[in-house]
Design a protein around this ligand. Sequence first.
Ligand SMILES: *Cc1c(COP(=O)(O)O)cnc(C)c1O
Length: 495
Amino acid sequence: MFYQSSRSDDLTATSAKSILEGIAPDGGLYSVKDLDGVGFDWKAVLKMDTRSMAVKILSALLPSFSEEEMRAIVEAGYHEKFDTEELTPTVSVGEDTILELFRGPTSAFKDVALSLLPRLMVASGHKCGSTDEILILTATSGDTGKAAMEGFRDVPGTRILVFYPYGSVSQVQELQMTTQEGKNVLACAVKGNFDDAQRGVKNIFGNALIAEELKKNAIRLTSANSINIGRLAPQVVYYFKAYADLIQKGTILLGEKVDFCVPTGNFGDILAGYFAKELGLPVGKLICASNANNVLTDFLSTGRFDSRREFFRTESPSMDILVPSNLERMLFMLCKDAAQVSNMMASLKSDGVYEVPEQIFNRLTDIFWPGCCGDEGTEQSIGEVWKQFGYLMDTHTAVAWNVAQQYKKANPDHAPVVILSTASPYKFPEAVLRAIGESKGKDPFDDMEKLKEVTGTAVPKNLSGLRERPVRHHDVIECKDMADYVVKMALKKAW
Ligand SMILES: *Cc1c(COP(=O)(O)O)cnc(C)c1O
């Protein structure tokens, strides 16, 4: 299976090259037209443990790697990183199922993919015969940055530089990044929102002069954002895992449909659900849950994407995104026409808006059900679910919970619903406390303590230890200075 740029049929790449480069040279995303050629035996993997599932699925999606090579990457990448051997457990809450994706080293779902990406990246470098140092450049809305820094920390042959929006991530998220240890990691705040930071990073990737300058110094830039196919592929696994759990629990019979509700920002998590569906898994609707930044709700209800709108800072900051990158991959898989995608993206760049043809819109409507909920609904859902079921959700999961209930109401003959839970409530302790009717303390650590006392739940170790850690990263820059900053830091020998 070959990948190609979503904007050009001429730019093809093996899966290893796609991972190593992160983004295609024309700014497109490495994509596939369909997964028909994979010939995947989806029923066989349902009987496997999570890691074996991962080996099968990942070596099918990333055929540069043999199953044996993938087995080594998966075993080493997940070794003692997650709370449980099954990595991503499911919990029944009322009539719904919650898929907990936050049991990894930084308490966010990004850990599932970012525990593997560094190893995939280094191995891809070897496969492509590259001896250059790999410099990871990543924009984060809060959680990717930390998970990526943790994943790449002290991995030989790599360095990682993370940009996050100044003042727009939660205090806990910021501290997680600014206290990160490792000789090869750097975090820098940017005065702008996530979209500004993401645009800045994309512009740097598209800048041939920078690439040349770094190449002279044997440095290669690449991305750990979900625009990298190596980020997307590991996320496909937990859809299979959740489905297998539902069979085991007797909720469904093999072959019956399951609806998945996904708290969505950059469209990476939910796109992995579409990959699972394309591999044969009986996925019913993919419910796309947005917060007040509901650009996707509007797009999936009208077929017109319009990013020209007010940006809101919400209590679910990892979803505060107005230009979801992975949507481009979805469009490519539906229209299978790079020129058409290229035109839509050009229109997005020049006018902030594009429209999909009716036939594509109809396909989107078949696959997705869009919904949104603001901060008020988010807190209400956290409070209700805590009171009714004794289950504590974080703010992102709560958006999905809220939208899932809207979906069920509007579709009484729905399939069993799995709600993807993307972060620990302890990452957003102030909002969660408020939602369950408690007042906040003097700082996030106070809040965590209080949340623990009031709910009797456990604080994840990586978060409770934050208070003692010294802040190591202090830089704050203007968006316009991002490129200069990258070059300066790249050429600096020791960080
Ligand atoms: C990143 C993130 C999301 C959004 O996932 P996308 O793949 O960007 O759509 C949702 N919740 C949390 C907690 C996240 O960190």
